[in-house]
Write a protein that binds this ligand. Structure first.
Ligand code: HDE
Length: 753
């Protein structure tokens, strides 16, 4: 493609090409690697770069100083049909270095070889010191106008649409670590508002480990792998983590959330998000309010089981990344509502006795309503992971007029950290000019030069005051919508390294969380603490953490102590008298099943009665059907996605059985009967294992026709959430209803009340 063509011609060419390739794509399942199906033979005719896949988006084409270009995002990509150097000279060969004769030596003058190798040598940049592992997507935010009374931020205005980029992440793991580890998740949103970029750099847990930013290096050093052996990767089940949190007890509330099901989300699409800190909003009249930001997912908050999370670490370490991208590609666009808890801006900065500047505390929803102010929809995957997800640079100080910070000491430290870290990670001070970071508002900042400067600044006077550039840029006043630094009164006080006394309460809200959980959620918390502490080497650390649990709840402490084979200590502080917050429990409601994955076991040697219809119904319901058969290829005329050798139950939210396939030729009953299945002579042992795992993970199972005999062989017929139906449609209908509650916990009466 000729990049000198005007923008419209480029766009037309891209769209025409996209239509052409759409015909040859496998039509109905997500996950194809490119926008066209490959040919078996290597293509030899020169052709322009393929268009991106239909679900892929890219940053808008803005100049480094925020102006629209009108060009399609494909202008950011490679151009033309021919291989070139970085300077655009066409090349005839990239397979052989330039040598003095075929047997060498290689000549130093081979500038193409040197360019190729040198660039490759520098492909990696430092990963984020925290939140290195992540995935991102583009979307749009629409304001409801309901926040107009509390903030002048225009992007929250009614019907106002703002492009966004969201990056989800884990905290502790390196870039290549598994998605499903037990950890806090990042939920960072860049709103490209036309009043300047707003970054809401949030987590899926509403409180933090520490109250003061100066402790951040400590908690992260404790959570990261031990510095001598560099193990364990991406997890908190080790001595240094528990050593720190049991000594630094303000971490106990956050740790409780980590040990709960919130630490192992089913999907990024099924997580809440929290700004954690209290922010200060200012409206058009100059009135202020204190607020906490919440993201509420349309699909509800759901989690993996711990066994699933562990299995997925091996079976599909990219589980959350794949889930996000497959859902967007399938049209099941992830959605959240942005909500506010609003508090009066009083000099004490407290609400219902809770210190709003303490980031280890929540305000229960029952005390302050969580009010929706807008809707976020993620509808495009990245075109290039490095350019977008890796290079995106968030900063809590990216604020539009109408949103300001408070004195929360954790937030204050973050205001320093985010720019500082980009200097190293993105190699200089001009990271805001990288396409994904470019603002959508006009930029005139008097910042000049530096590494990787993309702007071509005109004029001679990047200073103020000046007369040589006509006085440009002018400071803006209130009438020109200038950012408002709210003139908060700072009380006269001695300079100290200390916390307010109210920060001393470290256990009451951990107790509030525990008391708000349902029995099955409590059981999971007990098991998580027992697992994590059981993995510590030192008894002293286990004992010290048990002392903390004693200050939270005696049942919790006794249960974990029993699992560890230790006595349960007595509390050292009185147990807090707190009212539970039912809103903290994940269970007991019904949610849409959009984007869920349904496995369908078929027997190619038997009647496929109902299978095509069920597959269509799953797709029609915005879900993904994966056909599981003894061999790959097709069964009937349906494409097979998984064989008995490649399928594992953890990939599915529910399982349907349309047949009872006999052991396939590659089955080794003695080996594959991993779960001790009852009857491996008549049913393939891997199918029985699928059923047993799905059942153990409290997922819905449905069968019709011969499929019902598999349930019998596995010994699960008639148990809660296991449906034997007269037809495929009936089985899928029942399973679909069960999926709206996420899991069938009734299958396992909880042992803890
Ligand atoms: Fe961060 N945090 N953080 N953090 N944080 C970073 O910035 C930091 C904190 C959060 O997807 C870093 O660009 C300090 C709380 C997310 O790119 C770094 C403190 C919350 C992300 C940094 C905190 C967060 C980061 C590393 C204690 C939830 C990933 C790379 C005062 C409200 C953003 C980078 C992305 C990333 C510093 C605490 C959320 C080093 C000093 C609390 C979601 O600047």
């Amino acid at each position: 493609m000729d990049s000198s063509k005007p923008a419209k011609a480029v766009r037309d060419a891209v769209e025409a090409a996209a239509e052409k390739v759409a015909d040859v794509l496998t039509p109905d399942l997500p996950g194809a690697p490119g926008s066209a199906a490959p040919t078996v033979d290597e293509p030899t005719a020169p052709q322009d770069p393929l268009p991106p896949k239909k679900e892929q988006g890219a940053p808008q084409t803005r100049t480094p100083t925020g102006a629209r270009t009108g060009a399609p995002p494909t202008v950011y990509g490679q151009q033309g049909a021919y291989l070139t150097t970085a300077q655009g000279a066409r090349l005839r060969d990239t397979d052989h270095s330039l040598k003095a004769g075929p047997r060498g030596p290689v000549l130093l003058q081979d500038h193409h070889l040197r360019e190729k190798i040198t660039h490759f040598d520098h492909e990696r940049i430092p990963e984020r010191v925290v939140h290195a592992r992540g995935a991102g997507a583009h979307g749009v935010f629409t304001g409801y106008g309901t926040a107009d009374g509390v903030t002048k931020a225009a992007f929250l205005g009614k019907g106002r649409e703002t492009p966004v980029f969201v990056r989800f992440s884990t905290v502790l793991g390196s870039r290549g670590s598994a998605d499903t580890v037990r950890d806090t998740r990042g939920f960072a949103t860049k709103f490209y508002t036309d009043e300047g970029t707003f970054d809401l750099v949030a987590n899926n847990i509403p409180v933090f480990f520490i109250q003061d930013a100066i402790k951040f290096p400590d908690v992260i050093h404790a959570g990261k792998p031990h510095p001598d052996r560099e193990i364990p990767q991406a997890q908190s089940a080790h001595d240094t983590f528990w050593d720190f949190v049991s000594l630094h007890t303000e971490a106990q509330h956050h740790t409780m959330w980590n040990m709960s099901d919130r630490g192992i989300p089913r999907s990024y699409r099924m997580m809440e998000g929290f700004g954690v800190h209290t922010y200060r909003l200012v409206n058009a009249a100059g009135e202020t309010a204190l607020v906490k930001f919440h993201w509420k997912p349309k699909l509800g908050v759901h989690s993996l089981t711990w066994e699933e999370a562990q299995l997925l670490g091996g079976v599909d370490p990219d589980f959350h990344r794949r889930d996000l991208y497959d859902a967007i590609e399938s049209g099941a666009f992830p959605e959240w509502e942005l909500c506010l808890q609003v508090f009066p801006d009083t000099p004490e900065e407290t609400f219902a006795g809770i210190d709003l500047l303490d980031p280890t505390k929540i305000v229960p929803e029952e005390l302050a309503a969580v009010q929706p102010v807008g809707r976020l929809v993620l509808n495009r995957t990245p075109t290039n992971f490095f350019a977008e997800v890796e290079q995106v640079a968030f900063h809590v100080g990216h604020l539009p007029p109408g949103i300001d910070v408070t004195n929360d000491p954790l937030l204050q430290g973050r205001l320093f950290s985010y720019v500082d870290t980009q200097l190293t990670r993105l190699g200089g001070p001009n990271f805001a000019q990288i396409p994904v970071n470019r603002p959508h508002a006009p930029v005139n900042d008097m910042l000049r030069d530096g590494l990787h400067q993309h702007a071509v600044h005109a004029g001679v006077a990047p200073y103020r005051p000046n007369s040589l550039d006509g006085g440009n840029p002018s400071p803006a006043g209130d009438d020109e919508n200038a950012f408002v630094d709210v003139p908060v009164t700072v009380a006269e006080a001695p300079k100290v390294r200390a916390n307010p006394v109210s920060f001393d309460d470290h256990f009451s809200q951990a107790r509030l969380f525990w008391l708000s959980m349902s029995p099955v959620e409590r059981e999971h918390i007990v098991r998580a603490y027992t697992f994590e502490l059981g993995k510590c080497f030192h008894q002293a650390i286990r004992e010290r953490q048990l002392r903390c649990l004693a200050n939270i709840d005696p049942v919790l402490c006794a249960q974990v102590a029993a699992g560890l084979g230790l006595p349960a200590p007595e509390p050292t502080v009185p147990l807090a008298d707190v009212a539970p917050s039912p809103a903290l429990s994940q269970l007991g409601r019904e949610w849409p099943a959009d984007g869920r994955v349904v496995g369908i076991v078929v027997d190619p040697d038997a009647d496929l009665d109902g299978v095509p219809e069920v597959r269509r119904a799953v797709l029609g319901g915005g879900m993904v059907p994966l056909l599981i058969a003894p061999h790959g290829g097709v069964v009937g005329d349906l494409p097979v996605q998984r064989t008995f050798a490649t399928a594992r139950s953890v990939e599915f939210d529910a399982l349907l059985l349309a047949g009872a396939p006999a052991p396939a030729p590659d089955a080794l009953p003695a080996r594959d009967d991993k779960a001790g299945a009852a009857d491996v002579a008549t049913v393939d042992p891997r199918v029985l294992l699928l059923v047993e795992e799905v059942w153990r993970h409290a997922k819905a199972v449905g069968a019709w026709g011969a499929g019902a005999t598999v349930l019998e062989r596995a010994g699960v017929t008639g148990t809660p959430g296991v449906v034997t139906a007269g037809s495929g449609a009936e089985a899928f209908g029942a399973v679909r209803r069960l999926m709206t509650a996420h899991r069938v916990w009734e299958r396992f009466p909880a042992s803890i009340r």
